[in-house]
Ligand binder design. Structure first.
Ligand code: ADP
Ligand code: MG
Length: 274
């Protein structure tokens, strides 16, 4: 396994797109797995009531389990709900349960409702002997208070974009939300990364969409494109990333390459700012 540079401080990503089924969870799980295998210590925070990231990482998220829900609405320390993944010893997961669906409403009346994940994560990171190198927050497909909590807790936004006809539709709403968050709640937030996913090289349309995204976001769009691949979609039902499910597959290779790009880009940026 190639060793990748580690960031000098924890890089916290929120993986967002208000559309469902664009590869948010798949990207969170597989990038996290790839980075853990390359030597990084990684946490995935599952913020989607569906709990798909928890499932993919082999973490119990039945409704009787404590989860990020209790952290957000009942001030349970994050450390009490961090679980080891079955994927890799350096990859942990904070699970989501179905109770999280109610949190959108319950949060409304709470003090500092937008900052609750940020505070819990900051406390946990400060208490750790060896803090995480990467945290990936897997968002639900909406722009409600859960996603806002993720935007406030993160420094970087990663948007997965499916190479299909309506790919750019709705993106301007997402971008203006990020701007609003940056202005009012989290000045450190920036769109750092766009990942093109579910690419089918046989269609002209996919190529056009990919080019259009690159024209709009030349700096943020990773060179690596994730192809559409059956192996990628099969892996979660075995509680595995595509990397451990089928290491040599194109899906595995492309997620490992995307992870390497993320690591190297971070390394060159932190050099520049020194
Ligand atoms: P989201 O979290 O944005 O809703 P998912 O990551 O759950 O999206 O992906 C939606 C569906 O597409 C899932 O069934 C997933 O397995 C499948 N999928 C994701 N990426 C790929 C890919 N590169 N190739 C084939 N299927 C994929
Ligand atoms: Mg998802």
């Amino acid at each position: 396994e190639a060793v990748l540079p580690l960031p000098p401080a924890t890089r916290v990503f929120t993986i967002s797109n208000q559309k469902g089924g664009v590869g948010k969870t798949t990207s969170a799980v597989n990038l996290a797995a790839a980075l853990a295998r390359s030597g990084a210590k990684v946490l995935v925070v599952d913020l989607d009531p569906q709990g798909n990231a928890s499932t993919a990482l082999g973490v119990d998220h039945r409704s009787d389990q404590q989860s990020v829900y209790e952290v957000l609405v009942a001030d349970l320390p994050l450390s009490q709900v961090v679980r080891p993944s079955t994927e890799h010893e350096r990859l942990d997961c904070v699970p989501a349960t179905i109770h999280l669906a109610g949190a959108e409403i319950e949060l409304v009346s709470l003090v500092a409702r937008e900052q609750r994940l940020r505070r819990a994560l900051d406390v946990h990171l400060a208490e750790m002997d060896e803090p995480y190198d990467y945290v990936f927050i897997d968002c639900p497909p909406s722009l409600g208070l859960l996603t806002i909590n993720a935007f406030v807790a993160a420094r970087e936004v990663l948007i997965p974009i499916q190479c299909e006809y309506y790919a750019l539709e709705g993106l301007s709403q997402l971008l203006s939300n990020i701007e609003l968050i940056e202005k009012h709640l989290n000045p450190d937030l920036r769109l750092s990364t766009i990942l093109l996913t579910m690419y089918d090289s046989r269609t002209n349309l996919a190529q056009q969409v990919a080019q259009e995204v690159r024209d709009h976001f030349p700096k943020q769009t990773l060179d690596t494109i994730i192809p559409r691949s059956v192996r990628v979609s099969e892996a979660p039902s075995y509680g595995q990333s595509v990397i451990s499910y089928d290491f040599g597959s194109t899906g595995s290779l492309s997620y490992r390459e995307a992870a390497a790009e993320i690591a190297w880009r971070g390394a060159s940026e932190s050099k520049e700012s020194n």
